[in-house]
Structure formats: C-alpha cells, structure tokens
Design a protein around this ligand. Structure first.
Ligand SMILES: Nc1ncnc2c1ncn2[C@@H]1O[C@H](COP(=O)(O)OP(=O)(O)O)[C@@H](O)[C@H]1O
Ligand SMILES: O=P(O)(O)O[C@H]1O[C@H](CO)[C@@H](O[C@H]2O[C@H](CO)[C@@H](O)[C@H](O)[C@H]2O)[C@H](O)[C@H]1O
Length: 459
C-alpha cells in the first residue's frame, strides 16, 4: 500500500508554487488579469483527505502576490487541490501539474472540483456539519441533505465554481474570497426567513474561522436547491427574439419577481432615506465613472455632456428636497441572473453584487432602481445583439417589466424618470467600458443606449 503523505502548509505551498503561478492566471475566475503572479503566501491549509497514493485532498486559502501591489494586499483565492499518483484521462482538464520537489514529489496535483469523489467529500461534510481545522461546514437544521448524491462540475463560464449534486443541490464555491458577511449567503438567508420563494434558500454553507487571522470569518461556499431544467433569462430572451416571439408575459413576470424580492428585502433588512447629502456622493461617483469612461473609450465623447445631464438632473431634484428610500438590493441584476423553471416560475440567483466592488460597498443600502435599471438594460442588450436590432421588442419588454414591478410593489419605476435615467446611464456607461475591454464587437450595443440616454429619453 502506498505511503500516506500529509505535508505541512509551507511544504505543500512550496511544492505547488511554480505550478500555481502558471495555472491560476489561466482560470476564468482569476480576478487579477493583467499582472503576473510572482508567488503566494498561505492564509490557511486544511487536509480533507490524506494523500495515500490514490487520492489526497487539500483545502487551501492562498494570497497571490502581484507586484507592484504589496504581498499582503494580494487577492485571497480558495483552491481545492487533489493529489494523485497519476491523473485518469477524464480529469485531464483539471491538471495543475506534476510535483517535482518536496513531500508530494512524483504526484500529480489537479483542481479537485472536477473529480466527483472529492466534491462529494464537501457535500458529506456539509451534511454532517463537520468542523475540520478552521473550516466550519454548516447547515440549516430544518433542511435535509440526502447522502449518496453524485457530483458534477458545472462547465459554464463563471466568476466562481459550481458543483451540482444529483440535480438536487448546487454548491457555489467562491473563488476570490474576503473576510466578512457575504451577500450571496446573507441575502438569500434573509429572503428565506421572510418566506420569499423567488430565491433558492441556502441549505448549507461553508465558513472559515482562522485562529491567527484578526479578520472576520470568510464565507467560502453556499449550497442551494438546484432548479431542475431551468433556462436563464438571457438564453430564453434570445430564443424568443430569434423566433420573433413576444416576451412581454415573461418580462412582466420578471418585474413581479424583482418586486417580490425587493419587498421582502425591505422588510428583512434596514432601509435608509436618501436626501441631498446622501445622494451627493452617489452622483459624484456616477460623474467620476463617466469621466474615466470617456478617457478609456473616446467613442463616448460626443455624448458626454448629454450623459452628465442625467446626473445633474438627479442632483437638482435632491437639492430641491426630494428624498428616496434605499434598501438592500441584488446589486448586479440582469437577465442572466434569472432562472425560469419548467413550471414557469422565476428565481433570482447570484446575490454577490458586482464582484469588483469592495464588500462594504456591496452591502450598502441602495435605491432599488439600480436593479431595475440593470434589467431594463438587459432587455435592450438582447434586442440589440440580434440582426436586425429589435428596439420595439425591447420597449415592449421594458414597459411590461415596469408594469409587473408596479403590480407587486405599488411603485412604477417610470413615475420617477429622472432617477431611472441616471441609474440606467450609469449602467450603460459601465457596459461601454466593459465591452471595449472584453468584447469590442459588442460595443455598439451599449453605445446605442448611450445615444438614447444622452438625449434624456429614459424609455
Ligand atoms: N439554484 C440553481 N439552480 C440551477 N442552476 C443554478 C442555480 N444557481 C446557479 N445556477 C447556474 O449556475 C450558474 C452560475 O451561478 P452564479 O450564482 O451566477 O455563479 P457565479 O457567481 O460564479 O457567476 C448560473 O448561470 C446558473 O446557470
Ligand atoms: O460576468 P459578470 O456577471 O461579472 O458580468 C459581466 O459580463 C456580462 C456579460 O457576460 C455583462 O453583461 C452585459 O451583457 C449581458 C449579455 O451578455 C446582458 O444581459 C447584461 O445586461 C449586460 O450588462 C456585465 O455588464 C459584466 O459586468
């Protein structure tokens, strides 16, 4: 029988270091694209299965060094490292590399989430509420997890990594992690307490409590019921557009779903009133983002004054004494974050907010119109990503969405056009920069909205 190897944290990380430097930046979820990774420092290592020649499993939190940022400011990533003497061909896409030095020399290391057995170790730990090292596998005591569910990694392009267990649960393993309350767990838990059925209720979750870290615990993963046979709103919208089909019934249902979630969040968590002094920094932020976007994408320049007028009109309203209510919101809502079950029921997912923004900012109450603006942009995106563009389709969907929202919340977003235009403009400007950087072919999509928003037409 092969010898059991349990390397210490420094020994494990030292032997993985050259392999991870090369592998990590190639991952879709790696957030530090642009500057090379020059090394790692350990945040925590937990052995989940000792390496006995067949299969070892290590849970790692590592800080990636990316000069010129100081090492301690590097992003912290969650890795699940599998160790085998040889990797079976079916796991080839998971390969990290072959270890040449240290206690694991001669072994192959790989991303263990691709491998059903290690992924099932995680589910079993959640099911049994295990505590291993600093890892706390926790579960809602009222929700059962059946044993023996078979794991498969989702292959969709994601900011994190998700494993589906027997089409019953989905575990989202957060990749870039920060200490503190994570809205992706906080908000679905709050919604479940309110009895809101529009969001799959967290069944279990993983946290890390690290003895030598002064920081708050990290939220590392969330397990939710899997919505079987679901189609996301973006896919569905494109499918209907291609067939020339009307999408207003779905848009209305999405408006209702958004309002249900907003209403429940406003009941569950504190709300605040935004007057002039609170709105000023928001408007200043929008104005700064516009200035930076114009620098980055010169095609915006002809519209700059028109777009700025969307923000100054809002500032003027606030100066006249108008107030708005802010509350916890989804924070990054678009058609891709909405799942339609075969029953026709919509669910909203991914409450992490915009991952690039700091956690404290993502957890701040905001005007619900920010989510609404995100969805309205998404209908426009769908309609302008097909040939020929279908602006009428987008207009009808946007109107139906607002009507659906009003049916549940009692507030039609169109009755506050200045607020709506400002938030939609902010989103469209963000999208212009995003597309210029990532998908230049898509730039005309948000630019068409910029043209419209610069001339003060919020619909
Ligand atoms: N509860 C669920 N049921 C079915 N599929 C889901 C569920 N939650 C997420 N998904 C699928 O997983 C994908 C990624 O989930 P998401 O929370 O958006 O992760 P990320 O933050 O990594 O982008 C979604 O686009 C959706 O296809
Ligand atoms: O991948 P993330 O969720 O971090 O979001 C980024 O990529 C999105 C595209 O994948 C981008 O969304 C834009 O395009 C969508 C269609 O592909 C559309 O539904 C959205 O409304 C539109 O904003 C998003 O802006 C960006 O942050």
């Amino acid at each position: 029988m092969a010898e059991t190897v349990s390397p210490s944290t420094p020994a494990l990380l030292a032997s993985l270091d050259p392999l991870l430097r090369e592998w990590l930046p190639r991952q879709r979820w790696f957030a530090g694209k642009g500057s090379p990774v020059t090394g790692f420092s350990p945040v925590a290592q937990t052995e989940l299965l000792p390496s006995d020649g067949r299969l070892g499993l290590h849970h790692l939190l590592v800080r990636a060094h990316q000069p010129p940022a100081p090492a301690e400011a590097g992003d912290c990533y969650q890795l699940l490292i599998g160790v085998r003497e040889a990797l079976p061909p079916r796991l080839a896409p998971a390969l990290i590399g072959h270890v040449t030095d240290g206690p694991l020399a001669g072994h192959t290391v790989y991303d263990a989430l691709y491998d059903p057995r290690p992924a099932e170790v995680l589910l079993e730990a959640l099911r049994t509420r295990a505590r291993i090292g600093g890892l706390r596998f926790e579960r809602d005591p009222d929700r059962e997890i059946r044993d023996g569910l078979v794991a498969r990694l989702m292959t969709a392009e994601q900011s994190n990594s998700s494993v589906v267990y027997g089409d019953t649960f989905i575990l989202k393993l957060l990749r870039r992690v920060v200490p503190g309350v994570n809205p992706d767990l906080e908000l679905p838990l709050a919604l479940a307490r309110e009895g809101c059925a529009r969001v799959p209720a967290p069944t279990a979750w993983l946290r890390a409590e690290l003895a030598d870290e002064p920081a708050e615990p990290y939220v590392l993963a969330v397990l939710q019921p899997f919505v079987r046979g679901a189609t996301d709103g973006w896919e569905l919208a494109l499918r209907e557009l291609a067939k020339g089909e009307d999408f207003t019934a779905e848009a209305r249902a999405l408006g209702r779903a958004t309002a249900e979630v907003h209403t429940a969040l406003a009941r569950a968590l504190p709300t605040v009133t935004l007057g002039h002094s609170q709105l000023e920094p928001q408007v200043a932020g929008m104005t700064e983002r516009l200035a930076a976007a114009v620098q980055a994408v010169p095609a915006l320049r002809p519209y700059e004054d028109g777009l700025r007028s969307a923000y100054s009109a809002l500032a003027d309203l606030a100066a006249e004494g108008r107030t708005w209510t802010a509350q916890r919101i989804h924070g990054d809502l678009h058609l891709g974050q909405c799942l339609r079950a075969p029953s026709g029921e919509w669910s909203l997912i991914d409450f992490e907010g915009e991952p690039a923004r700091p956690l404290a900012e993502r957890r701040m109450p905001q005007p619900p119109v920010r989510d609404i603006a995100g969805m309205l942009r998404s209908f426009d995106y769908a309609a302008h990503s097909v040939t020929p563009a279908a602006p009428g389709w987008a207009r009808r969907c946007r109107a139906a969405y607002c009507s659906g929202y009003a049916e549940i919340s009692g507030v039609d977003p169109r009755t506050d056009p200045v607020l709506l235009r400002a938030y939609e403009t902010d989103k469209a400007v963000y999208e212009v920069v995003y597309e210029a950087r990532h998908r230049p072919d898509w730039l005309p999509v948000p630019l068409s909205a910029v043209q419209r928003l610069a001339t003060s037409d919020p619909t």
